[in-house]
Design a protein around this ligand. Structure first.
Ligand code: F3S
Length: 106
């Protein structure tokens, strides 16, 4: 599967959802996740993300391993998103910040 990592938090550009052929993105208030049961590893979403938040599971950095389970868990409770929308208002400001996990709204 592919995994949405920390960089998405407080950005949510949503360019990724428009290209997903299997509609595997799920939407929370300030973060998106990929449903690992639906993702077919096509990788077309990777270059679409302005924050470079999406990576193949095997490439998730060591300090972000928790995002693998986070995607799986939140995908079970968050609704599907299949159409791009406006990014969050401060997206460009938050794009390059690290250590954003405490900003995640579930
Ligand atoms: Fe998030 Fe990037 Fe998609 S910021 S909503 S993973 S385009």
């Amino acid at each position: 599967t592919h995994v949405v990592t920390e960089a998405c938090i407080r950005c949510k550009y949503t360019d990724c959802v428009d290209v997903c052929p299997v509609d595997c993105f799920r939407e929370g208030p300030n973060f998106l996740v990929i449903d690992p049961d639906e993702c077919i590893d096509c990788a077309v979403c990777i270059p679409e993300c302005p924050a470079n938040a999406i990576v193949p599971e095997e490439d998730v950095p060591g300090n972000q391993q928790s995002y693998i389970k986070l995607n799986a868990d939140l995908a079970k409770v968050w609704p599907s998103i299949t159409k791009r929308k406006d990014p969050l208002p401060d997206a460009d400001e938050w794009k390059d910040k690290v250590g954003k996990l405490d900003q995640l709204i579930r």
